[in-house]
Design a protein around this ligand. Sequence first.
Ligand SMILES: Cc1ncc(COP(=O)(O)O)c(C=O)c1O
Length: 387
Amino acid sequence: MKKYDFDTVMDRRNTCSMKWDTNPDTSLLPLWVADMDFSGPPEVIEAVRKRAEAGAYGYTVPCDGYYGAIIDWMKRRHRFDVKKDWIKFGPGVVPALNMLMHAYTQPGDKVIIQTPVYYPFFVSIKNNHREILDNPLKLRNGRYEMDFDDLEIKARDPQAKLMILCSPHNPVGRVWTKEELTRLGEICLRNNVIVLSDEIHNDLILRGYRHTVFASINDDFSRNSVVCVAPTKTFNMAGLQTSAIIIPDEKLRALYGDVLECNFMRRPNLFGIVALEAAYRHGEAWLEELLDYLQGNLDFMTDFIGRYIPQIKIIKPEGTYLVWMDCRALGMKGRELEDFMLNKAKLWLDEGYIFGDAGDGFERINIACPRATLAEALNRLHAAIKP
Ligand SMILES: Cc1ncc(COP(=O)(O)O)c(C=O)c1O
């Protein structure tokens, strides 16, 4: 018996929603930014409501409930034993990545990323006057893989100090295997490149795949890495801007702590930590149903595209709720493809080229929405492409 409702179409307009209230044309269906068009777990809503009713929204510190919830969740869901003092507060993961970059690199240093990748990675590197060192992923038989030979060369660059690993990977949807992560970790270790493992999508693993926490692989990797996690993607609470930055190594932890202090970033958002604790303590049943629903959406989309728009190839995701569509056979790229999606299909998606040059000709669609919304999007796409 299903307990939770993912089918109801919510009206998110006039809620200060980035997805729905910055829409340049209200006839567009927005399926771009990575939040979900579902209400979060009722257990989280209830905890936030209770705390809201208690009033007195004063200065807040992460308390035992916050740490305990993270430790138990990481152990139960991810078989990773986290010690309390490894956990540092993070506002969002992206602000934390920026601060980590400050902690471990100097202007002019190089940061390795694997494009096509979540675009704030390269925006952050550029804004902080560091340099991008790209280790592009390779698309082989419809599946993205890491290029370890190239990584070996890039990591050997004496200016390469950091690698931002996207695990699971947005937008290509790979859930990296332990073997792949081990090869990557060994290369980084040999070359003194610290690994920032952005694992914000760690709970959104489709059936049949298994996420490996980078730092859980061995002690050497644990000492050479930082793992960024958050309940914000998993439970649809990105607006609460809360994450946990797990740093097993004392020296790396102290350096991040210094940057937090510099920015006077000591105090979490009260509702963020209330929601984090409720989600990790009571949200698991909701998450399991969500994963089934997402799998259903993916199956529905795969069937629809295969039947009606076979020119588009779906890169089968193993995790996340983002689907990377290879649209190159439509014969359009860059702005032309963007214009087609916006003005002909009336869909607001994330254009592939914003994830790096290798993404040109691709589109990223967010399928964390009621099936009726997804069906509407696919019908629009079909109607626009039909001769
Ligand atoms: C890989 C990745 N990291 C970080 C974020 C955003 O993190 P936050 O909202 O905590 O800054 C996203 C959001 O889509 C993401 O996909």
